[in-house]
Every structure is written in structure tokens, then in C-alpha cells.
Design a protein around this ligand. Structure first.
Ligand code: MRU
Length: 345
């Protein structure tokens, strides 16, 4: 049985970044060459690469390329001239805190560079990438231990290899739990409007030999009422200091339904996703995207001609609906501000 981690979305090759174009999956596997800040920002904004940790890793490699350009133009002044690129990267998507976290971590080593900063920055970006995979493996172990065998799990969006440096957060737990025969079945919400569940989660799990059944989001209550689900397992784009969880729109619906039916709710996210500066979920900036993402399917308009749409792409699950936050530093059960402090102390 293969159930490890055969899918990768981000590669550094020679002097530039290669990104798997996630907009085309699963029907086409196309790698794009990303060579400068403008292309890095577009790739993040336009969903070539998506998922909080993957966005952060992409920005880190983007800074390596930006530093090369600015150092070549102005060896004495590159740290000042690169700032405009950092601003563009910061603004590419507003919700996933991993983006700002990675930019801050990369900026933190600028001062250490003597001469050409590229080798040092590439080492840092690679470390961010490798550490993310290691964190996911650790969270996979910790999260799987929470699962009592005998039921299925439900996941939302894609919090897998494609959304991270590799292995995944929620899907890391599912991979590990599947290996350990702790789960009977994996259900994935199709996840409107980008269909990350149908296109990405189902693809990457099936690539690894893990059978996956898709459900429409409206089926969540019926599925949980059926008694088939032991845990809902999701990732996050940002976790506030009080344990409120920001994740793909529709996540909070699942948490509410899960509590109603006595299903457990697990959030799996590295410490880089936890934001000590955000007191509660209400403070987290929620990205709103183009209504046409809802009104059309690809190029094809599906909504009535006069219809408009509201398209916030993340929501907040209150901490009191979360049974466990799994990080690489440990598991926080029934999170609150007090318990979350362990991540930053
Ligand atoms: O809009 P997306 O596809 O970037 O949204 C991704 C999610 O909501 C994921 O659940 C989250 O980033 C966690 S990824 C490990």
C-alpha cells in the first residue's frame, strides 16, 4: 500500500522556482518557471500556488530571486531597494499569516549577508521548506494518535502536500492515520468555488493509494448524522491568540454541525500559522475574491444573468468549537488564550 507523499508543488531548480500550476490539476500537470517578484506575486494571487504554508515557502524563494536582482543592480543598497518587492509579496494574499511570517524570517537574515546575499537567503528559504515538511510529519504523528479506530474522517479544501512544503497538515494526519489503519474512509468536501477538495485533495490522496469519497458541502450534516465520521480534520490559514481558527469558507459550518452530532473537530497547523498578534478571529483580515468565481465555472457562466455574489474565501471557527489544535510543538485541546501561550513562551 502506498500512502506516503508522492506529490510535490514547489521546487527550486538552479536559480529559480518551479511551481506546479494547481489551477490545472488534476487534468494537466504543468510546471511553471517563476523567475522574478512579479511572477511570484501573480502565482500567489492567481492561485497557481495556494495553501498557507505553500504561499510562505513560495514567497521565501521569491525573495531569493529578488535579492539576486537587487544585489546585481546595487550591491551597496540592495537591502533598501528590495523593500518594494517585499511589500508586493506581502499584499499578494491577505489572510494566510505564513506569508508575512516567511517574509519576516527572510528579512531577518538580510543583515548577516556579506557580499552576494543569494547563497545565505537560499539556505534560509530551503530551511523554511524543509522545516515545514518536518513539522507536517510530526503533526501527522500527533494528530493520528488522537483518532480512535473504527470511523471515517471528513476534510475540507486542500491541506495536503499541495498546500505545504510536502506531506500536508490535515492530510498529513490522514496519511499517517490511514497507514496505522485508524480510519475506515476519507470524505472530502468538493469545496466551492475553486474545488480544492474535488480537484486537489482527491487527486493527491488517490495518488498515494488512499481512497477518497467526495461530498458536496451541503452533505456535511447528513454525513455526520449517519455516524460514519469520527473526526473532521482541517488545516488553517491563521489561528488567533485565543485559538479561533481561520480557514477556507465553510469550515465553520463543519465545526457547528460536528458539535451538534458529537463529531470531534481537529485543526492541524504549524506554529508559523499561529498569530500571537491577532487577539481573536474577528481581527483576522478575510480575503474577498472576484464574484465571477461563484457566478461562473471556468469560462462558462452558470448563474442567472442578473445575479450577483458575495465571495469571502475564509471564515472563522470560534475556539470553543475546536476539540484539538495540532501543532509541531504539541496538541492543544479545547484551545483558549491561556493554553495557546505555550506556542510562544
Ligand atoms: O484559498 P486556498 O486554497 O489558499 O485556501 C487554503 C486553505 O484554506 C487551507 O485549508 C489552508 O491554507 C491550510 S493549508 C495546509
Amino acid at each position: 500500500m502506498k500512502s506516503n507523499d508522492s506529490v510535490t508543488a514547489i521546487k527550486w531548480q538552479d536559480d529559480h522556482l518551479k511551481l506546479l500550476d494547481q489551477r490545472l490539476l488534476p487534468h494537466e500537470v504543468v510546471w511553471l518557471d517563476i523567475t522574478n517578484t512579479e511572477e511570484t506575486v501573480s502565482a500567489i494571487r492567481d492561485m497557481v500556488v495556494r495553501g498557507a504554508p505553500a504561499i510562505g515557502i513560495t514567497a521565501a524563494y521569491g525573495i531569493v530571486m529578488a535579492a539576486g536582482v537587487h544585489y546585481a543592480h546595487s550591491p551597496e543598497n540592495w537591502q533598501a531597494s528590495i523593500q518594494a518587492d517585499l511589500e508586493l509579496l506581502r499584499g499578494a494574499r491577505p489572510t494566510a499569516v505564513n506569508l508575512v511570517w516567511a517574509i519576516n524570517r527572510m528579512s531577518g537574515v538580510f543583515e548577516l549577508a556579506e557580499g552576494d546575499p543569494v547563497p545565505l537567503l537560499l539556505t534560509e528559504a530551503s530551511a523554511i521548506h524543509e522545516e515545514d515538511i518536518a513539522a507536517n510529519r510530526r503533526m501527522g504523528e500527533l494528530g493520528a494518535e488522537l483518532i480512535t479506530p473504527g470511523k471515517g474522517v471528513l476534510t475540507h479544501c486542500n491541506a495536503g502536500s499541495l498546500a505545504t512544503g510536502g506531506y500536508g497538515t490535515a492530510l498529513g494526519v490522514i496519511r499517517r492515520a490511514w497507514n496505522q489503519e485508524r480510519i475506515d474512509a476519507v470524505y472530502a468536501d468538493e469545496t466551492r468555488p475553486w474545488l480544492q477538495g474535488a480537484r486537489l485533495t482527491a487527486w493527491e490522496l488517490i495518488e498515494d493509494g488512499i481512497p477518497t469519497s467526495l461530498v458536496v458541502e451541503g452533505a456535511a450534516s447528513a454525513l455526520m448524522a449517519s455516524g460514519r465520521i469520527g473526526w473532521v480534520i482541517v488545516g488553517s490559514d491563521r489561528i488567533a491568540a485565543n485559538g479561533d481558527v481561520c480557514n477556507k469558507i465553510g469550515t465553520s459550518n463543519l465545526a457547528i454541525i460536528a458539535r451538534h452530532y458529537g463529531v470531534k473537530f481537529m485543526v492541524v497547523a504549524p506554529v508559523s500559522t499561529c498569530d500571537p498578534n491577532m487577539p481573536s478571529g474577528q481581527d483576522i483580515p478575510i480575503e474577498s475574491r472576484d464574484p465571477t468565481e461563484i457566478l461562473s465555472l471556468g469560462e462558462q457562466r452558470i448563474a442567472a444573468a442578473e445575479a450577483s455574489a458575495w465571495n469571502p474565501v475564509f471564515d472563522i471557527t470560534p475556539a470553543e468549537l475546536v476539540d484539538a489544535i495540532v501543532t509541531e510543538k504539541g496538541v492543544i485541546r479545547q484551545p483558549n488564550t491561556e493554553k495557546m501561550r505555550v506556542l510562544w513562551d
